[in-house]
Design a protein around this ligand. Sequence first.
Ligand SMILES: [Zn+2]
Length: 384
Amino acid sequence: MTRTSRGKGRIVLDRVASALWYVPGSFALARLLGPRYPLRCVLFHDIADRESAFTNGLGVTITRRAFEAALKFLTRYYTPVSLQDVIAGTDGRGLPARPVLVTFDDAYASVGEFGAALCFQYGVPAVFFVNGACLDNRQLALDNLICYVANIRGLGAVKSAAIAAVGRDDFELCSLKQVFSRLLPTMSLSAKAAFRRALTAATKRDERDLAAEAGLHISTQQLCSLKTFNIEIGNHTYSHTHCRSLSLGDFAHEVDRNKAILETISGSRVRSFSVPYGSSADLTAELTTHLHQTGHEVIFLAESSAGSFRSCASILDRTSINTGADAALFSKVEVLPRLRTIRKGLGFVSGGGRHEKKSKVISECPVSERTFSDEVADSDEVHI
Ligand SMILES: [Zn+2]
């Protein structure tokens, strides 16, 4: 099947799944697709009425109105639970009927500015996964810097920076999606640092000034206040990096350091980890072991399947949400995850298993030869 026909198939499937919302007994119908769905986990990123040059193209933005509509949908048809509830009821039997856990990734300031307060208003606890490097807008996340350069200077400037970083030009970059799904996953930390420097040079700006001007990320002061809104802080690596290319030594820099920083600021224990970009291909056996040994009790992915409690109760999957429409939410939360789980069960998804380290780092493997998860390739969204 070609990618174009897969894309059309997804659109049709999504429309059919959304149409189910208008059929009487829609939740019962969804259960026919797969009754076992012990915990829905949903994922938000930035809440803003307009995308900026730093976010346009990432697919991470939901408007305030849509976000509030999504909260209304979740509180009307589900029972919001906290991470503590999930940990206490790890096999699903201890949770209330139709539980849902709300999460946020990527340290966006909008969560501190009004997302957390709105969650609190609707009685929704949440987990907020933060990258320490972005706190107080000291640095832009690499994803936002790439996005900015693509929007301001064009994709060609992004490719030029990539060539300068890896020292080769034998790869194609025709879209932002290719940057995130093909280029970044296999870059080493040092290659990413070189990429960042080259991208910053393309902006002709000081990166710190650019980060301050963008004001995308949460401050330490805002982070401290989140506890009062029943928002728990989680680890999302220090620099928001793909974990498949991390060595054991890198874990101290990206995982342990970030946990320590967040615990110092928040005064609370960090006990959960969200895998940047959400792919199970990044959750290697080494990383899983390290996370469990360092006090991370729950690990989150974002592959939008219904198998919330995967092979073990400490690894949960999430569905990314960027809509407030009831039918679309029903499709995204209730129907499509079940269909993906069925598809995975039938073996149609060959994406990297979490105990496989599939890809070599970029310095060892030409871009054209690299594989990437079908789960990512099948999606129109850039999962951040
Ligand atoms: Zn992220």
